[in-house]
Design a protein around this ligand. Structure first.
Ligand SMILES: O=P(O)(O)O[C@H]1O[C@H](CO)[C@@H](O[C@H]2O[C@H](CO)[C@@H](O)[C@H](O)[C@H]2O)[C@H](O)[C@H]1O
Length: 672
């Protein structure tokens, strides 16, 4: 089939960033410099030029940046995203006849008599004719230009014609940089190729990339063991949590809890009248996802907590779990939102092998799927209107992914600052698909990656493109559902190791706070990852004054994160070899801030080894001696060249978090 215009000769291929051929937006953070690269070429020897077109979707006009050549037909241009939300970008490129002509003229000028090794005359190089061709191109550019530029180009065309008519023996280069730059401003776009689609880029606020989460159960925050905790009790804890350096306070669901099939202590399927039940068993006669469990307080108390959290430099994150206790009002009001079996019953929810006997899943194939989608979206907007801008979404992978794409898209249209964390511990493709559908952050497999090789392999995958174009990892050493065997068996050293790993490998990290701070490590039973006497099923009281509390180390590590931009993004993560399989070493940088972490992964004994620093990555010349400071202890060391020795005792401090005290050669201003 013939194209509508067959004279468009330039090809544009392989634009980066691009997620699934443009099906999903690539993601960036407010203030990022976005570099777009692509292969741009034409047939033959004609020169090509091109430009990047970009605009925020709310703006009518495109802005543009000229493409600069890299190597091998690869070109790039950059722009800064200075507004949240949806951006568009694409490329346009054309055969640049003026540039082709001017390069050709330089060759002719260089071949004139008088030039080294040249005997021919100017005329034999057709220079006058070439000048006439150039004059024509300048006249055309003048026709495209406006005002004084147009006159300037027309004058230049006339000057070239005069030179051509002068028939000189030899010619000097008639083109100045000023003229070359002026012509470049008025390209002939009649036969320009525009990339087949306008690509989308989603811009989040900084907290999507860098955040420090603290999870607690509000019902366990009362200083009086005889009483249910309240929002006011949480508010009283804010100074303590803020002082530890957290910026997101996350609470499991705060809604009325169902009575039907209520779970008792240790996930028992039976309960007594006094058991509080699981907060994820959402809904009772008092209300559902938009209501508050009366024991926690009132809506006014909630609003006060949201405001107080902000006053402490943090944000409150709510847990949104789309499922219903059999007592949830939706079960009676919208039976068609559930999958009713032939005997009239509803199958309880599962996340195999886990069974959730106290909740019903929603049916995303409901004939009233539209009504269901809208009701779920309205749950988010209900809380957004109460100034909650961060949501941890429970098991999003058990809900239809097209629903998420629609729901998050709808919310983001009006509230581009809302952050969604996907709590989906599932297959990699599904996790990635949720991120592409709009989730701003995602839980990861970090909790189950403990050996050096598996940590390195996993983090090399999730901190590099293409994954980083759509996925922001959030690392949790524990959650109320996951007490990994490493923590169960490794004692305090393991808690220290996993904290430091999470906080330095990931710009986003979080912890199920009280249990982590206090080194809670008893499983419900041998081989289980569930906590014994889990807070999910009963109210607990935590003695934060315990002398063994990890709070001082947590505070120190979070303060290191705050004061070192290198630890606030993931793209620069780079592993360095160590001759000991129990020591992991990696670096991160941002601008002139460089951090190098060396960590002993063995909780039982000292490990020592030689680090083989990748000097190129660190921009350190060979043979240099440089100062490094261990930010955990304040100790300075003089290191030299690439091989350097570390010895780490897990019972004392299993890691060094070094800052390199030298000014590295930073070659690019790009955010890593
Ligand atoms: O399925 P995950 O392991 O990802 O866990 C998340 O979702 C669970 C279901 O919401 C939730 O489970 C808890 O609540 C259930 C409903 O009340 C209850 O049956 C489970 O026993 C309890 O663990 C889990 O906490 C959440 O993180």
């Amino acid at each position: 089939m013939k194209p509508i215009e067959g004279r468009k000769r330039v090809v544009i291929e392989g634009i980066n960033p691009q997620v699934d051929c443009g099906r999903y937006p690539a993601k960036r953070i407010l203030g990022d410099i976005v570099t777009v690269t692509a292969a741009v070429f034409g047939d033959g020897h004609d020169h090509v030029s091109g430009r990047l077109l970009y605009r925020h979707s709310s703006a009518k006009d495109w802005q543009s940046m000229p493409l600069s050549p890299l190597t091998n037909d690869l070109w790039s241009a950059s722009y800064t995203v200075d507004a949240l939300g949806d951006w568009l970008y694409t490329l346009e490129a054309w055969v640049d006849h003026f540039d082709t002509w001017s390069a050709d003229l330089q060759k002719r000028l260089a071949a004139q008599p008088g030039q080294p090794g040249v005997s021919s005359s100017a005329e034999s190089q057709d220079i006058p004719l070439a000048l006439r061709s150039g004059a024509l191109l300048l006249e055309q550019a003048a026709g495209r230009a406006k005002g004084p530029d147009s006159k300037r180009l027309a004058d230049e065309a006339a000057r070239l014609l005069e030179l051509a008519n002068a028939k000189s023996e030899t010619y000097d280069n008639p083109l100045t940089d000023e003229i070359l730059a002026l012509v470049a401003q008025y390209p002939d776009l009649t036969l320009a190729t525009r990339y087949s689609q306008d690509l989308h880029l989603w811009v989040d606020r900084e907290r999507a990339r860098y955040s420090t989460w603290y999870e607690l159960f509000p019902r366990s925050t009362s200083p009086d063991p005889a009483r249910h905790g309240t929002f006011a009790d949480v508010q009283a804890l804010l100074p303590t949590i803020a002082a530890m350096g957290f910026d997101v306070l996350y609470m499991p669901p705060i809604h009325p809890i169902g009575k039907a099939f209520r779970k008792g202590p240790n996930n028992s399927v039976t309960s007594t009248e006094t058991d509080p039940g699981s907060p994820w068993a959402i809904g009772a006669k008092e209300g559902g996802h938009k209501s508050i469990l009366a024991e926690l307080g009132t809506l006014k108390d909630f609003d006060a907590l949201v405001a107080a959290t902000r006053e402490h430099g943090m944000e409150l994150a709510l847990d949104i779990a789309f499922q219903c206790s059999p007592d949830h009002p939706w079960v009676a009001e919208h039976p068609d939102w559930f999958n009713i079996r032939p005997d009239g019953s509803i199958q309880y929810a599962e996340n195999p092998p886990k069974k959730y006997q106290d909740i019903y899943p929603l049916n995303f194939e409901s004939p009233d799927w539209r009504g269901l989608w809208e009701a779920l979206r309205d749950v988010f907007t209900h809380w957004i209107k109460r100034d909650v801008k961060i949501f941890r979404v429970d098991n999003p992978h058990t809900k239809a992914i097209p629903f998420w794409e629609w729901c998050i898209g709808e919310i983001h249209k009006k509230y581009p600052d809302v952050i969604f964390l996907a709590e989906a511990f599932t297959r990699p493709h599904v996790m990635y698909s949720l991120a592409k559908a709009g989730f701003s952050q995602s839980y990861t497999y970090f909790t189950w990656r403990n050996r050096k090789d598996e940590l390195r392999e996993y983090f090399e995958e999730i901190t590099k493109p293409p994954v980083t174009d759509f996925f922001h990892p959030n690392l949790w050493p524990n959650t109320p559902d996951i007490l990994h065997a490493t923590l169960q068996n490794g004692g305090r050293p393991a808690f220290m190791q996993r904290l430091i790993l999470a906080a330095t490998l990931g710009a986003n990290y979080g912890m199920y706070g009280p249990a982590y701070e206090l080194g809670e490590n008893l499983p419900a039973k041998p081989g289980s990852e569930e906590y014994l006497n889990s807070e999910k099923y009963e109210i607990r009281h935590w003695d934060r004054s315990a002398s063994t509390s990890l709070a001082p180390l947590i505070t120190k590590v979070n303060q290191i994160r705050r004061t070192n931009p290198a630890l606030q993004s993931d793209g620069s993560l780079h592993f360095h070899n160590v001759d000991n399989s129990n020591i992991l070493c990696y670096s991160k940088w941002s601008g002139d801030n460089q951090i190098l972490v060396a960590i002993n992964l063995d909780p039982t004994q000292e490990q020592a080894g030689w680090i083989d620093l990748d000097l190129k990555e660190l921009a350190i010349p060979h043979n240099e001696t440089f100062d490094i400071e261990d930010l955990l202890t304040g100790t300075h060391y003089q290191w030299h060249d690439r091989s350097n020795y570390v010895a780490l005792r897990p019972d004392v401090m299993p890691a060094h978090i070094f800052r390199l005290l030298r000014r590295p050669i930073v070659e690019t201003a790009q955010t890593p």
